[in-house]
Each structure stands twice: as structure tokens, then as C-alpha cells.
Design a binder for this molecule. Structure first.
Ligand SMILES: C[S@@+](CC[C@H](N)C(=O)[O-])C[C@H]1O[C@@H](n2cnc3c(N)ncnc32)[C@H](O)[C@@H]1O
Length: 268
């Protein structure tokens, strides 16, 4: 079963609808993000990168990197000896962020690859960190996206997933629902000429797993030491994890998540 927001769609249709959505919003994506989040997305991104704890010289992949906010922050953290590969399926989104990249002092560290997050055209175990910001929700098979991030990480490599979620306080949730389903699409209509584009956003957030469920998904995929932290009462959540450093750690992790390695091996 595949969903585009609340709509049930065929597998092939989901990819097309997501592409069309980002084609529509690309030019105004950054501006809309800043308006709709009252600028908070910059704070969440900075805090997420800080928590990822990058080191000078690290190689980082930014999956669903879009207009490059996370890539720019990561490039700053890894310094001149590090590298950031920004990977996104949508050309207009990458183009919309180009001027920010070229204008940043770390532009030489950032490379672009247009690719599907579910099939990354990069070698196994080639990155120290893999991150995805507000992108995994859009994939047709979220698990494949995470499996790919796991595959390209070196043993001991770090994962960071920043994604929207829902406020935990009842009153805030009520306000947020009101805001999401009335103000957001209205601003979408005014700013990008599409009510529908900004209905997809709140709907897809509500279809996305809760932080505890996402933790379990990441553990099943093989990430260990998975933790999460809510920002702004849960509107955004950062998950961190690590690719096992040894066979033993992988076994412990799998048994904790209720899966045997034999079961996993059969799934591959
Ligand atoms: C909401 S934007 C997030 C952009 C950026 N990471 C940020 O934090 O602002 C989601 C991005 O995911 C990309 N995307 C969606 N499906 C994808 C896929 N299958 N493979 C790679 N990128 C994808 C979109 O093109 C879009 O640029």
C-alpha cells in the first residue's frame, strides 16, 4: 500500500506525484520553509548537525539534500579535508540551492549527485556519516532509503535523520493541526499557486511513523545506539544511529529489535 499524503496511490504514481510536488515548490522552497516554520528550520538543522558530531576530514552523504542547507552546515563542520555529497532525485530542487552553495566558503567540499535515495550509486562503506533532512517521508520505500544509507556507511559510521513529527502537548497539537490544514495550504496557494502542494506536507507528516516507531525501524535495518530528540515540542525530531562496528554488536542489536540475523539474511 502506498500513500501520497492521505491518498492511496499505485507504487509508480507515488514517485511521479512526489516529483511533481517538488517541481512545483522548488523555486520558493527555501522561502516557504522559513515562512511556514517561522525560521525554526534553520535552528533545527543547526542543532541536528551539532548532534551528529562530525569531525574534520569526514566524508558525508546528504540524502534528499534538496536546496543544500544541511550539506552547507556539514561542509563547514568537516573542513577543507572533508567532503559532502548531496544526493537528490529532483533537479529543480538542487538548482534552487546552487547559489547558496557557490556563495558559501565551503562550496569546494560539496559535490552533487542526482540519484534516487532508494538506489544510491555510491560504493559500500564509503561514508563516515549519512544524513537525511525532511526527505525520507517522501520515499516510496522508506526502508530501502535507510538500507542504502546503512550500506554506504563505514562500520561505526553515523546516521542522522531529521524529520517532521507532531507536538506532544495537547493544546499545541490542536493549534498545529489548525495551522497545518488551514494557514499552510493558504500560504501555499498565495506563494506558489498551489493549495494542494501544502496539503501534502501536513498529510504526509501525519502518515509518518512516530519517533518511537522510527527508532524500531532503524534498529531493524541494523542501526545501533539509536536515539531521538524532539525539537519545539516534537514538531521536528532528530534520530541518530550508528552502523555496527562489529559482528557482535550487530547480533546484539538485532536480538534487541526482535530479529535474528538468519531472518535478516533471508530478507536480503
Ligand atoms: C522536503 S525536501 C528536503 C530538502 C532538504 N534536505 C532540507 O532539509 O531542506 C525533500 C527532498 O527530497 C527529495 N526526494 C524525494 N524523493 C526522493 C528520492 N526518491 N530520492 C532522492 N531524493 C528524493 C526531493 O526532491 C526534495 O529535494
Amino acid at each position: 500500500m502506498f500513500y501520497f499524503g492521505y491518498r492511496r496511490v499505485a507504487e509508480a504514481e507515488k514517485v511521479k506525484l512526489v516529483q511533481r510536488h517538488f517541481n512545483t515548490v522548488a523555486r520558493k522552497y527555501d522561502l516557504m520553509n522559513t515562512i511556514l516554520s517561522f525560521g525554526l528550520h534553520h535552528l533545527w538543522k543547526r542543532r541536528a548537525i551539532r548532534r551528529l558530531g562530525l569531525n574534520p576530514g569526514d566524508r558525508v552523504i546528504d540524502v534528499c539534500g534538496g536546496t543544500a542547507d544541511l550539506a552547507i552546515l556539514a561542509a563547514r563542520a568537516v573542513g577543507s579535508s572533508g567532503r559532502v555529497v548531496l544526493c537528490d532525485i529532483n533537479r529543480p530542487m538542487m538548482d534552487a540551492g546552487r547559489s547558496k552553495v557557490t556563495g558559501s566558503p565551503s562550496s569546494m567540499q560539496i559535490m552533487y549527485v542526482q540519484a534516487d535515495a532508494e538506489q544510491l550509486a555510491v560504493a559500500d562503506e564509503s561514508f563516515d556519516a549519512a544524513m537525511v533532512g525532511f526527505g525520507i517521508r517522501n520515499l516510496t520505500h522508506m526502508d530501502r532509503g535507510f538500507q542504502e544509507m546503512h550500506r554506504v556507511l563505514k562500520p561505526g559510521g553515523k546516521l542522522m535523520c531529521l524529520e517532521f513529527s507532531l507536538p506532544t502537548a495537547f493544546w499545541f497539537r490542536w493549534l498545529y493541526d489548525l495551522y497545518s490544514f488551514s494557514i499552510m495550504p493558504l500560504l501555499g496557494k498565495i506563494m506558489v499557486g498551489s493549495w494542494q502542494a501544502y496539503i501534502y506536507l501536513p498529510e504526509s507528516i501525519r502518515m509518518f511513523p512516530q519517533p518511537e516507531q522510527l527508532t524500531a525501524i532503524l534498529q531493524e535495518i541494523g542501526f545501533s545506539r539509536v536515539t531521538h530528540r524532539r525539537f519545539t515540542n516534537g514538531i521536528a525530531v532528530v534520530h541518530l544511529g550508528m552502523k555496527h562496528t562489529s559482528r557482535k554488536e550487530e547480533e546484539i542489536n538485532l536480538s534487541r529489535s526482535g530479529k535474528s540475523s538468519i531472518h535478516r539474511a533471508n530478507q536480503r
